[in-house]
Design a protein around this ligand. Sequence first.
Ligand code: G3H
Length: 280
Amino acid sequence: NENRIQEMIKRAYHEHWAIGQFNISNLETMMGVISAAEEKRSPVLLGISNGTIRHLGYSYIEGLVRTAEKVADIPLWFHLDHGKDFETVKNCVNIGFKSVMIDTSTLPLKENIEQVIPVVHFCKSHGIGVEAQIGVTWDEETGDESQEKTNPEEVKIFVESTDIDYLAFSFGNTPGRLSGYSNPDIKLLKEIADKSQVPIVMHGGTSVPDPDIMISISMGVSKINIDTLLRRAITDTFLSLYPNEASAPGDPRIAFKAMRNEIAERVGNRMELFGSAGRA
Ligand code: G3H
């Protein structure tokens, strides 16, 4: 049943393509992502970060969930990105999210597993897809660069003892990087993919070079998270439309629309690269 994200990701895993998770921060950014997905006939995950939960609050986010389900004519799911605790997971599931990440990756392995297990039980009993992480990546919100690449020896034990649906890990990716490229360790990625036995998730998708993305997908990456790409699209749009007050558009909707189009363009381009275009 491909109505469930778990099944769609398994399908991507077996067919060697990846579903994009694009993080949105309001109605307009959501519209840009949905229009790209519709144009490319691509299934899509709409990511909500802790920052967006703080920015919008659960009630407005619930409005986005209902609206998206009503208007979109492609398969889409809301996903909690880097959920910090069980409470946040429950709040998101209550407002209609179908996929969540519990990220307690900064804890030692045993404690990480202990935090993930109850979340997995809850999610399985509600039919929700669940992702967790081993290894620490650059902290997207604080900019903390201290990384600890995933130890491949811990992968099997983590996946087996938690029973998660998809696995996030650290292999030199740098989520939230505003410019330039990261230096992904593809050898490590392959080792992790071979040991994981579940689809794997690439965080920091914006700054991974295209050839590395392609090769990662062929090795088992089936979900790719993208946030900064949209942020850059927004910044570029506003900088070009508002170079100074004299030439600023009087009607802000001109800028919002240009921003939506720019997001749709860049997201659509990623859907082509990930091979999710034409799968809906
Ligand atoms: O979970 C979100 C992603 O890791 C975002 O990474 O901002 O580098 O695209 P990015």
